[in-house]
Design a protein around this ligand. Structure first.
Ligand SMILES: Nc1ncnc2c1ncn2[C@@H]1O[C@H](COP(=O)(O)OP(=O)(O)OP(=O)(O)O)[C@@H](O)[C@H]1O
Ligand SMILES: CC(=O)N[C@H]1[C@@H]2OC[C@@H](O2)[C@@H](O)[C@@H]1O[C@H](C)C(=O)O
Length: 392
């Protein structure tokens, strides 16, 4: 048994999700026991710096180094606070994505996560694995999504075709066909699929921030959007975005669905004189429709079950719209649940996944699924940083 802390701050840049888990087994016999988890908000000035960099603001090299270290320090603090008196053997830290460029053959992709492992290992005294996306990218992959292999072993089911749908800042899906999920039979990844579906909450959050002059950062439970009506003409226009129609493997980020895109959405919306409620309802519908289009276009069979995770799984208006849309496209009821219902905490699934990816790296087990990322081969993911002089 290995006690591992997984750390990630996602594209919402809302803080560091930290999960402490006990891991045994390897792949089809993988067992992950939840011990504890918390979200550590970034100090607001640091959050603003990260958002500015994600929006394309430039930095000097000295500022870059300062930002990288500040993020590493905050991640280390999160790990130490969560660890408390429970000794942890390993940290898997995703870090903070500040730039992601999918590959364009023959050019490899590029994905930059800040919060360097050497600093986290030094400050915590705990071996730390970071830079998980580089190995997949070097193998020709998108570098994302990486969580589907963990989804396969934690959530694979004997009978159901399942989609595990993350709705974070960006959305991603893992499609898992029925598995012979026993240690003797092994799980089969060959028919798995996984890719980024487009905006998750990113545009909704930007709209809330814009509409409230920064007073609020998200639409709690979708309560604001629920009072509006989606504008179909605007939605049809937005849905022409090529990303939604591009076949997988594909990945995206705030480079495509960040401030610039939101500003374009606002100017597209101008002729319709939408109320704030209608604007939010239309942006929420865009997230729902992006998921629906991706499923309809790229899944080989309808899922019988969709398991939601990420912050969007807490938005009951969005869930209600998604349930309706899935019913419409498949003409049958698709069970819409959350990963909580399957025993995997929907708020911390990504943090748990990076704990597992670190554990796999330590054991020499590849972490990517080439069928999801487009990599040519399964690859060992992550760089190992051992605390050289212990904690000092
Ligand atoms: N109760 C809630 N009601 C509505 N939306 C919520 C609620 N809780 C969280 N969210 C949304 O979820 C977002 C955060 O989700 P999450 O932490 O899964 O994203 P992330 O991990 O940063 O992104 P990604 O998965 O793209 O890396 C918030 O910014 C907010 O928009
Ligand atoms: C570059 C990057 O950080 N991508 C994230 C982002 O957030 C959601 C979506 O886009 C996802 O595919 C990916 O992260 C998850 C953790 C993954 O790799 O599976």
């Amino acid at each position: 048994m290995t006690r591992v802390i997984g750390l990630i701050s996602g594209t919402s840049v809302d803080g560091i999700d930290a999960a402490m888990v006990d891991i045994t087994g390897t792949e089809s016999d993988l067992q992950v026991e939840w011990i504890a988890g918390t979200t550590y908000p970034y100090p607001e000035p640091l959050r603003q710096k990260i958002l500015a960099v994600c929006a394309g603001n430039s930095l000097s090299m000295a500022e870059f180094a300062e930002l990288d270290d500040a993020i590493a320090q905050t991640f280390a603090d999160a790990a130490l606070t969560l660890q408390g008196d429970n000794p942890v053997e390993l940290i898997g830290s995703h870090g903070q994505t500040v730039y992601h460029r999918p590959p364009q053959t023959p050019q490899l992709g590029y994905s930059l996560q800040l919060g360097r492992g050497a600093v986290i290992a030094q400050l915590t005294g705990i071996p730390t694995i970071t830079n998980f996306r580089a190995g997949d990218i070097a193998a020709g992959g998108q570098g994302a999504p990486l969580v589907p292999k963990v989804d396969l072993y934690l959530l694979g089911d004997r009978h159901h075709y399942q989609c595990v749908q993350n709705i974070g800042g960006i959305g991603n899906v893992a499609f898992i066909p029925p598995q012979q999920n026993s240690p003797s039979m092994g799980s089969n990844s060959s028919q798995m699929l996984g890719w980024d579906t487009g905006p998750g909450n990113s545009l909704i959050d930007l709209a809330v921030e814009y509409l409230t002059n920064g007073e609020a950062t998200y639409d709690g439970d979708g309560a604001w959007a629920a009072q509006g009506l989606p504008c179909q003409a605007l939605l049809d226009h937005w849905l022409q975005h090529p990303f939604f129609h591009e076949p997988p493997p594909k990945s995206t980020g705030r480079e495509l669905f960040g401030w610039d895109y939101f500003r374009r959405c606002l100017s597209d919306a101008e002729p319709y004189s939408l109320s704030p409620e209608d604007l939010l309802a239309t942006l929420t519908e865009l997230t729902v429709e992006a998921i629906a289009i991706n499923y309809r276009s790229f899944l080989p069979v309808p899922p019988s079950r969709v398991l939601l995770c990420g912050g969007g799984s807490r938005n009951s208006y969005l869930k209600q719209r998604l349930q309706k849309r899935l019913q419409e496209i498949y003409g049958q009821s698709v069970a819409l649940l959350t990963t909580d219902d399957m025993g995997v905490n929907a708020d911390f699934k990504e943090a748990i996944a990076f704990a597992v990816l670190a554990y796999w790296r330590q054991q020499g087990i590849p972490g990517n699924l080439p069928e999801c990322t487009g990599a040519k081969v399964p690859a060992l993911l992550g760089e190992i940083h051992n605390p050289i002089l212990g904690k000092f």
